[in-house]
Design a protein around this ligand. Structure first.
Ligand SMILES: NC(=O)C1=CN([C@@H]2O[C@H](COP(=O)(O)OP(=O)(O)OC[C@H]3O[C@@H](n4cnc5c(N)ncnc54)[C@H](O)[C@@H]3O)[C@@H](O)[C@H]2O)C=CC1
Ligand SMILES: CCCCC/C=C\C=C\C(=O)C/C=C\C/C=C\CCCC(=O)O
Length: 248
């Protein structure tokens, strides 16, 4: 992502000397991000690929271009997310593309395909632990990201893929996405709940994108973390969700 949480994560990755492909639909935002990265880190360390993640062929090509440019892939972050009145599109971006991005990441990193392993982080939300009236379809997609990612993490363990798969669930973060709550195009009929949504933001507080990047770097660098669901909130900071063990 060229803005918001994605932009903060790119900054942290590049400060850690990673080479990064920034994939985003928004060309002007991507060009600005690339020019900032070139000034700070040099032009060879990043590429910007304009791509709609819901276009399966374009996403496949973006992965291939990244591997062609940098030689191999170690980390995939499926971060794109929207909240739109067009709820089917919301599902395509927030869930279907996360699944596609995970499968493509595995094609390029899994030992099953003779590759060297890696790390995939899928971005969900604390909305997956609430059932607020402001965003039913957005909430459903974020539940879906957790279910899919945990199941794929188990598949990776069982199949010896050598790929860690984790989920990151932020509470409210100060990014342009929060502004969507004001717009009927985004909220549809739920726009009438916007004041309630803002009350919830005031109650729970709003996080800085840099803290989400810190959590992301923890998931990337700690190779003991696999199948985990990281939550980041104002009250508890970076912590992990705990699940009841399955009955035997
Ligand atoms: N901001 C918040 O309060 C929270 C955000 N999240 C999640 O974090 C992720 C990032 O969100 P933010 O940075 O806040 O949003 P943002 O709106 O600032 O950035 C999202 C980026 O995704 C890109 N994008 C949207 N549709 C795309 C598509 N079809 N193909 C490619 N790129 C596309 C946008 O151009 C934008 O650069 C999302 O998955 C969001 O659901 C989770 C919890 C809280
Ligand atoms: C109203 C729809 C807008 C959807 C897109 C905008 C914002 C997205 C926000 C989130 O994903 C986060 C949503 C809900 C969780 C927020 C806070 C919970 C904190 C719980 C706690 O601190 O214990």
């Amino acid at each position: 992502g060229a803005q918001g949480i994605g932009r903060a994560v790119v900054q942290s990755l590049m400060q850690s000397r990673a080479q990064v492909a920034v994939v985003d639909l928004n060309r002007s935002c991507g060009d600005q991000c690339k020019s900032e990265l070139d000034s700070e880190f040099g032009a060879d360390c990043s590429i910007f690929l304009q791509c709609d993640v819901t276009d399966a062929d374009a996403l496949t090509a973006a992965f291939q271009t990244t591997v062609d440019r940098f030689g191999h892939l170690d980390i995939v972050i499926n971060n794109a997310g929207i909240n739109e009145k067009n709820w089917e599109k919301t599902i395509q971006v927030n869930l279907t593309s996360v699944i596609k991005g995970t499968y493509l990441g595995l094609e390029h990193m899994s030992k099953e395909y003779g590759k060297g392993g890696g790390s995939i982080i899928n971005v969900s939300s604390m909305a997956a632990f609430l059932h607020s009236p402001h965003q039913p379809v957005y909430t459903a997609t974020k539940h879906g990201v957790i279910g899919f990612s945990r199941a794929m993490a188990d598949a990776s363990s069982l199949g010896g893929y050598g790929v860690r798969i984790n989920v990151l669930c932020p509470a409210f973060v100060d990014t342009p996405l929060l502004l969507s709550v004001e717009h009927e195009d985004n909220m549809g009929k739920f726009v009438k709940f916007k004041d309630d949504f803002k009350k919830s933001m005031n109650h729970f507080g709003v996080l800085k994108p840099s803290l989400i990047a810190d959590g992301m770097m923890m998931l990337i660098t700690d190779d003991t973390i696999h199948g985990a669901v990281m939550k980041i909130t104002c009250s508890k900071g970076i912590h992990f969700h705990t699940y009841e063990p399955m009955s035997t």
